[in-house]
Ligand binder design. Structure first.
Ligand code: ZN
Length: 297
């Protein structure tokens, strides 16, 4: 057990998921500690308390944080446009430094971290270009190219891409900034408001919600495939638990591309191209581990 101990934080909009481990498998299988995400003044000290208790027993070598965004990488804090208002400007860097001094910290978006985890340990193993989209309450996406999470002007914001509105769909969309972007039309929140019921498995498999949902998600996958040349696109998040939804998306991606991109992944083997996470529900926390491990250099 010579490997360094890493503290992993998956910071979600409703809950914090915490784990520690020396390997990605250990973190994948570790018992999770959950805390509600309320305000930074309340939540950050509780997260740090839990890690500090571990640190006293077995010193942590580094911490990795996979955080909801948007993230302002220039200022190294949560961005000023997050709808979680109290978190605007909140800093994981400052919170870790205050409690742990100069302990190495790796820090990225939750979806970037999940893409990294799938690239390294999941469905993206052996591929240079890996995209990860999560379809839950909101929609987000991360991209790994050559082993690195893509940052540029900011970071990818795939949840806010434009998709074609389907004929007869007059739902205005739920995105506070754009209305009918992908997140506005296809997130769990939009399913809930459009159909006036909770989304996910609460709506039956043959409900028209899922035909529409697969339309919008297939547009998203086509956009990501054509723009990024991703070698695999991983779809995570609670909505994909709906039976048959992933298969519908795969079929529509294939139909839309119509053989133009003449590779097996986009013609006869779309089911190996648009896939569920290899790490299941653990992509985010394993991604946080990977960020912490990388912070050690
Ligand atoms: Zn939007």
């Amino acid at each position: 057990m010579g490997e360094p101990m890493i503290g992993a934080i998956e910071a979600g909009g409703t809950k914090m998921v915490l784990a520690v481990g020396r390997s990605w498998e250990e973190v994948r299988d570790a018992p999770r500690h959950l805390l509600p995400t309320t305000t930074p003044a309340d939540t950050l000290p509780r997260v740090m308390d839990w890690l500090a208790a571990h640190h006293e027993r077995t010193p942590l070598a580094a911490i990795g944080v996979a955080s909801f965004g948007p993230i302002d990488f220039a200022r190294r804090c949560i961005g000023e446009t997050t709808p979680k208002v109290p978190w605007r400007g909140a800093s994981w860097v400052a919170a870790v430094a205050e409690r742990f001094g100069d302990l190495p910290l790796g820090f990225d978006t939750d979806t970037g971290a999940a893409a990294l985890a799938e690239h390294r340990y999941g469905e993206g193993r052996g591929r240079d270009v890996v995209a990860y989209l999560t379809i839950g309450t909101g929609i987000g996406g991360g991209l790994v190219v050559g082993g690195r999470i893509v940052h540029g002007l900011l970071h990818p914001e795939m949840g806010h891409m434009v998709v074609r509105r389907r004929a007869g769909d007059d739902f205005p969309g739920t995105c506070p900034s754009h209305g009918d972007c992908l997140e506005g039309l296809a997130s769990g929140e939009s399913v809930k408001r459009r159909w006036h019921r909770a989304g996910g498995p609460q709506l039956p498999e043959d409900h028209p919600a899922w035909e529409l949902e697969s339309d919008y998600l297939s547009d998203a996958v086509v956009n990501v495939a054509t723009i990024t040349a991703a070698q695999v696109i991983v779809l995570g998040g609670g909505i994909l638990a709906v039976p048959g939804l992933l298969a519908r998306v795969q079929a529509k991606v294939r139909a839309h591309l119509n053989g133009y991109l003449a590779v097996p992944e986009l013609t006869t083997e779309v089911d190996r191209y648009v896939v569920a996470p290899g790490l299941g529900l653990a992509s985010g926390i394993v991604g946080a581990f990977a960020l912490g491990r990388d912070a050690l250099g």
